[in-house]
Design a protein around this ligand. Structure first.
Ligand code: DX5
Ligand code: ZN
Length: 223
């Protein structure tokens, strides 16, 4: 049976109380902290960097999943590894040398992943499957929380799942953008095992209630 993981995106958390927010969301049943890094260059928004990752690190044992929406990518990777990141993902269009960037993440002791924007083809996976620990399919265009899920992403999730199966490797398949209680089951049935949700969790007063509702939907997968 698939282990499903819920990864709240702290983009929608209260940044003035970030330590408390990450503790609360993990206590409410989340598995992974999704950490969105935006540079006002690769994406039209500016968020948080390694100092903030380092600041929240002592607050939770859960893995921190750093989603880099920055260009260039390589220079910042060792800083995030030192700041306590467990998983680092990046967009292939943002790196001049994708294989080198993946290796750099691994050489810094982190798990590595590639992120696919809604219109980015999966062919970037062709020659790097052996270096991947995660594939992240974007179901919105990156840059902002609270956008609507793009249904076309479901087909891409299914294609990515097939590639993972064919590889025989243990690679997480994460989906990011517009995930909520109402659609999480469909995303899981398409083949995802890890679900990023920002506004759907941090936008609600009771994190435990929404995470439990998501898990109840995930329990119906395959029924
Ligand atoms: C978008 C970010 C997402 C975002 C998701 O660029 O990568 O992680 O925070 O937010 P929601 O769940 O609100 O769509
Ligand atoms: Zn993200």
């Amino acid at each position: 049976m698939t282990t499903f993981r819920i990864a709240p995106s702290i983009l929608s958390a209260d940044f003035a109380r970030l330590g408390e927010e990450v503790r609360n969301v993990i206590a409410a049943g989340a598995d992974i902290i999704h950490f969105d890094v935006m540079d006002n260059h690769y994406v039209p928004n500016l968020t948080i960097g390694p100092l903030v990752c380092q600041a929240i690190r002592p607050h939770v044992q859960a893995p921190i999943d750093v989603h880099l929406m920055v260009k260039p990518v390589d220079r910042i990777i060792p800083d995030f590894a030192k700041a306590g990141a467990d998983i680092i993902t990046f967009h292939p269009e943002a790196s001049e040398h994708i294989d080198r960037t993946l290796q750099l993440i691994k050489d810094n002791g982190c798990k590595a992943g590639l992120v696919f924007n809604p219109a980015t083809p999966l062919h970037y996976l062709d020659h790097v499957m052996d270096k991947l620990d995660m594939i992240l399919i974007m179901s919105v265009n990156p840059g902002f929380g609270g956008q609507s899920f793009i249904d076309e992403a479901l087909k891409k999730v299914a294609l990515a799942r097939r590639r993972i199966q064919d590889s025989g490797r243990d690679i997480l398949l994460e989906v990011d953008g517009g995930i909520k209680v109402e659609n999480i089951r469909a995303v899981a049935e398409a083949g995802a095992d890890t679900f990023v949700a920002g506004s759907a969790i941090f936008g609600k007063p009771d994190y435990q209630e929404v995470i439990a509702a998501m898990r109840a939907e995930l329990a119906k997968v395959g029924q």
